[in-house]
Write a protein that binds this ligand. Structure first.
Ligand SMILES: C[S@@+](CC[C@H](N)C(=O)[O-])C[C@H]1O[C@@H](n2cnc3c(N)ncnc32)[C@H](O)[C@@H]1O
Length: 269
């Protein structure tokens, strides 16, 4: 993990929200919200909420008396989230590091985190903090991406970047979003932080876009990979994005594209 891996800032939040969220995050947000709703929580905490795709799914699925606190390390991501949910009184947005939550012990019935724990510099500390703010018997419901080979668009973009920068290949995808998927390790980390009743499921989906250009822009410009590409100087971001689009087109066709995505969904008490 490097400092730039958590830099969801600048123009990233908007591109992330417009292209990456519909591409890969929406079906998993619907899934997490459905799982959480079954626990009938009164108070839900979301960490690493990003631009609020899970927050919106929770708002749509939870009964009106349930309250949602949506937090993220990066205020620019929350600013983008607020644009979708400006009138939702029961949602509180608050900047917070998931490793040092500004909430009292035993404050929430459910804590959720969609595709966020991979970015935690110390996951056991993050899990212990989740446990601290959960009420006795409370649930931690979260997900992580499976290995990059099971996430086809990301894999093609990653391989393309390895070829463009052979001397200094960008490793953001395999270091951060696709760097924490071993169920044995996840189970051990949760147990060490005090969680039990751990259930881990594999959940595949199909990812769709109107053309290869969309996943290329989404992955190269709407994630911290953008900073890794820009820091190398040449070729520039537009040229690299075009090369990724060409590789995706070659593999998935010149019209609408469809690829496999896969995640692990985890629930612990
Ligand atoms: C891949 S995004 C997921 C965002 C959102 N949950 C979604 O499904 O679209 C990862 C998020 O983790 C946030 N993040 C990274 N490190 C964090 C930390 N220590 N505490 C809280 N959020 C963090 C980033 O700002 C980013 O919004």
């Amino acid at each position: 993990m490097t400092a730039s891996d958590k830099a969801f800032t600048g123009s990233i939040p908007q591109i992330y929200d417009q292209l990456l969220v519909p591409l890969i995050f929406t079906p998993y947000a619907q899934d997490l919200a459905a799982r959480i709703t079954r626990h009938q929580p009164r108070e839900v905490l979301e960490t690493a909420a990003g631009t609020g795709v899970v927050t919106r799914a929770l708002h749509a699925q939870l009964p009106p008396e349930a309250r949602i606190t949506a937090t993220d390390l990066n205020e620019p991501m929350l600013m983008q989230a607020r644009t979708h949910l400006a009138d939702a009184d029961r949602i509180r947005f608050q900047q917070a590091d998931a490793l040092a939550l500004p909430f009292a012990d035993a404050s929430f019935d459910v804590l959720t985190c969609q595709f966020g724990v991979m970015f935690f510099p110390d996951r056991i500390k993050g899990y212990a903090e989740a446990r601290r703010v959960l009420r006795p018997g409370g649930r931690f419901v979260f997900n992580v991406w499976d290995r990059i080979e099971d996430n086809e668009f990301a894999h093609v973009v990653h391989e393309t970047l390895q070829q463009i920068f052979p001397d200094n290949p960008p490793q953001f995808f395999t270091r951060a979003p696709h760097g924490y998927f071993d169920p044995v390790k996840i189970r051990a980390d949760l147990s060490e932080a005090g969680f039990s009743d751990i259930i881990i499921e594999t959940l595949p989906h199909r990812s769709r876009a109107a053309s290869a250009q969309e996943p290329a822009i989404a992955y190269c410009q709407g994630t911290p990979m953008r900073g890794e590409i820009e820091s190398r100087g040449a070729p520039d971001l537009a040229t690299v994005t075009q090369a990724a689009a060409d590789a995706l087109r070659q593999r998935f066709g010149s019209g609408p594209v469809v690829g496999q995505i896969q995640a692990l969904v985890i629930s612990a008490r």
